[in-house]
Ligand binder design. Structure first.
Ligand code: SF4
Ligand code: SF4
Length: 403
């Protein structure tokens, strides 16, 4: 097959830069008990963490290993959390950057598998891609549903009336009635701060993030290119996303295409921190709670947004903020990323989520706050399984309560 391992071949240099040192699977310090959540939640053999996955990638490139159903399971057992990338022992001497794009390698292996052997890829992933083709969102709801949340707010459609800020809600908060409140609260906070705001409602496309993560790189690129044209048409200056995955896609993945996105992209927590600094956002209602924060991988390790959410939380009256032991770039992944909640009915995602909840509970906090709907869903489900008393909330809820 002429095109065999096509996507992986683009990562050959990264694959051969791996020194097989195993640092991506080691304990880092007492404060950071492990690098790879999958290694920790599984029997822990080499192929569950980065070193083993890269040995497999090399074997595929050299023709020593053939794809198989078992191999597909290994390749999809990764939350793409990026911790191994940050802890990688192969550092470029000049730039100081890691030389092994561990996340890119796994995504490339998924891309090749999905193209060459879709029969070995979990049915849930293929169903998600079919749904995206039919409805232009992974949740399978008609486009008209995506504007329902905004009915009472009378926000203009950005394609008809340009505004300073476009609130990009994302498919999850826009399509899921249980999460619509997040979109409403975000819009209400921004309107209260006097932000000139618009939305796209039923015209809001899926950002393409989840499709790219599960290996549908071509489908995601088509979606992303189409979205760039649409978003540029709005002539908005800033796009504020509610979803951490959308923020990472719009900022990092969109910039890799030929066409560039003209508006700047900020996640809501960054924008809220800016509004606080300029005095446009006032937080005055007291809420007595001890909280800790979970850094979503998309926001933290992939976008280095660590300070903004902490600035917002510390500005909330009555809030006592405590850090977990493993925090910021060392945060324990929630377990839901990289499509893991769909995979194996989320067994591994559940185990990893419980470890993340446990680390939050150890702080004595009553509330575990995050800024990603996927983290929230997995952490909440994990807390329930554990009968944990800790409550899981989105930062939007706390800010909304304070304005
Ligand atoms: S990205 Fe995260 S889950 Fe995947 S191999 Fe690296 S540390 Fe493990
Ligand atoms: S991915 Fe990086 S840390 Fe892991 S074995 Fe290779 S060089 Fe070492």
């Amino acid at each position: 097959m002429a095109d065999k391992n096509k996507a992986l071949k683009d990562f050959s240099l990264a694959v051969y830069s791996c020194r097989k040192c195993g640092q991506c699977g080691n304990k880092v310090t007492d404060a950071v008990p492990y690098v790879c959540p999958i290694k920790e939640a599984s029997p822990g053999f080499d192929h569950f963490y980065s070193r083993g996955k890269i040995v497999i990638a090399q074997g595929l490139l050299e023709g020593d290993i053939n794809s198989s159903e078992e191999l597909a399971k290994v390749v999809y057992s990764c939350t793409l959390c990026g911790n191994c990338l940050l802890k990688c022992g192969a550092i470029d001497r000049e730039s100081g950057e890691p030389m092994v794009d561990t996340v890119g390698i796994v995504e490339a292996m998924r891309t090749d598998l999905l193209k060459e052997h879709p029969e070995w890829v979990d049915d849930e992933y293929k169903a998600l891609l079919t749904t995206t083709n039919q409805y232009d969102n992974p949740w399978g709801v008609p486009r008209s549903v995506k504007e329902k949340w905004a009915k009472k707010l009378s926000l203009p459609n950005a394609l008809q009336k340009s505004s300073e800020v476009l609130l990009f809600v994302g498919c999850t908060a826009a399509s899921n009635p249980a999460l619509n409140a997040r979109a409403i609260k975000a819009a209400e906070i921004l309107l209260k701060a006097g932000v000139d705001l618009s939305i796209l409602g039923k015209d809001e496309p899926c950002c393409g993030s989840v499709q790219k993560r599960i290996g549908a790189a071509d489908q995601a690129r088509v979606m992303m290119n189409k979205n760039i044209s649409l978003l540029n048409k709005t002539e908005c200056k800033t796009i504020v996303t509610l979803c951490a995955g959308c923020a990472n896609a719009l900022k990092n993945d969109y910039s890799k295409g030929k066409e560039k996105l003209k508006p700047r992209v900020l996640h809501l927590v960054e924008f809220l921190a800016q509004l606080l600094k300029t005095g446009k956002l006032q937080l005055d209602k007291n809420q007595n709670r001890k909280v800790t924060y979970h850094d979503p991988c998309h926001l933290g390790r992939h976008m280095e947004i660590y300070d903004a959410p902490r600035e917002v939380l510390k500005a909330l009256p009555g809030i006592e903020f405590v850090e977990r032991t493993a925090t910021r770039e060392n945060t324990i992944c929630c377990g839901a990323g990289g499509g893991m909640r769909l995979f194996e009915s989320g067994t591994l995602a559940g185990k990893i989520g419980q470890a993340a909840v446990e680390s939050a509970a150890q702080t004595g906090a009553e509330t575990l706050v995050t800024a990603c709907l996927f983290c929230e869903m997995n952490l909440e489900a994990s807390a329930k399984i554990m009968n944990s008393q800790i409550r899981v909330d989105d930062i939007i809820d706390l800010v909304h309560e304070a304005v």
